[in-house]
Ligand binder design. Structure first.
Ligand SMILES: Cc1ncc(C[n+]2csc(CCOP(=O)(O)OP(=O)(O)O)c2C)c(N)n1
Length: 320
């Protein structure tokens, strides 16, 4: 397999840093009462979401779920659009109709999720098939939590993808908890990736905190799909480093496991690798962190100053 260029490694780190800092800003705005509705962070999942989505080309479809801000940013979404969305502004991606979870951007081929976990898997397989029917060389990349992977749509979607040889890749974000339910209470599988055997497709388990390994594995699966060799299932083994959402204090989580994963923070792991490989130095790191922080502060200022939707248009875009 081809090696990862220095340029991609730096991009991985930059988008992961931007993801973490944007989510910290969103949580802070939520605590100030500026954001209403749920805030579901991907703390600890930055390698999984960013490294997987960064393998995509422009023509590919991204189907993220509720913890995948990193995937939105990796596919080219701006921090400003994300903040306009969370703040319910008129120029937000949902025109102020919704907060931070179910938003799309069809210009970037990002299709947001509905709340029903798993329900987007067959839809994403449909997009993969639709692309092929229209003669595109596109691939659809979709995500599901380890909890959501126990739902019927998971089975139907993957079986259909396999039978149709669809250009489709599904990532299971095994972050060990589905709300307060630990993974061992929702599945007896030793590895969730082994479920792929039942569908007749490749299934791989990967360290979900190792951005470079995820990039390699997902890139190969995406390439395979693009070349007409069918779908893949990839399980990223990682850890949700906060409660289910910003209103959840995570008191039920295993403190030892959290401490273990804190030592393996995906951003710190990648920083260390790039420093060791002398691709970056400490001053570069300080600079890039500063740039990210300035971009987020400027976006937050602009989004807070942007107008809310006009109440007169409340029924616009409502079908029934
Ligand atoms: C079909 C369905 N059942 C229940 C819920 C409520 N719910 C929302 S998120 C969540 C936990 C999901 O856990 P997991 O799939 O592991 O993803 P994670 O949140 O851990 O990333 C639940 C139960 C839902 N949205 N859809």
């Amino acid at each position: 397999m081809s090696s990862i260029s220095d340029e991609i490694k730096i991009k991985l780190l930059t988008v992961m840093l931007k993801t973490r800092a944007t989510e910290e800003k969103i949580v802070s705005l939520y605590r100030q009462g500026q954001i209403v509705g749920g805030v579901y962070t991907g703390y600890g999942l930055e390698a999984t979401t960013v490294a997987s989505a960064l393998t995509l080309e422009k023509q590919d479809y991204l189907f993220p779920i509720h913890r995948d801000l990193g995937a939105h940013l990796a596919k080219g979404q701006s921090v400003l659009n994300i903040l306009l969305q969370y703040l319910g502004r008129a120029d937000g991606l949902s025109r102020g109709r919704e907060s931070g979870i179910h938003f799309s951007d069809t210009r970037l081929r990002i299709i947001g999720n509905v709340s029903h976990l798993g329900a987007m898997i067959p839809v994403a397989v449909g997009a993969a098939l639709g692309g092929r029917m229209q003669g595109e060389s596109s691939v659809a990349l979709n995500y599901i939590g380890e909890g959501g992977s126990n739902i019927g749509d998971f089975h139907e979607g993957l079986n259909f993808a396999a039978v149709q040889n669809a250009p489709f890749v599904l990532i299971i974000e095994n972050n060990r908890y589905a709300y307060s339910t630990p993974a061992y209470k929702s599945s007896r599988c030793e590895k969730l990736a082994d479920r792929a055997i039942g569908y007749g497709m490749p299934g791989v388990q990967v360290d979900g905190n190792d951005a470079l390994e995820i990039y390699r594995i997902v890139k190969a699966a995406v390439q395979r799909a693009r070349e007409g060799q069918g779908p893949s299932l990839i399980e990223c083994l990682t850890m949700r480093m906060a409660g289910h959402s910003a209103h959840d204090d995570a008191a039920y989580m295993d403190k030892k496991q959290l401490a273990e994963y804190a030592r393996r923070d995906p951003i710190h792991l990648l920083e260390r690798r790039l420093l060791e490989e002398k691709i970056i130095d400490r001053s570069y790191l300080t600079r890039v962190r500063q740039q990210v922080s300035e971009e987020i502060e400027a976006a937050a200022e602009a989004a807070l100053a942007a107008p809310l939707p006009d109440p007169a248009g409340v029924s616009d875009g409502v079908y029934a």
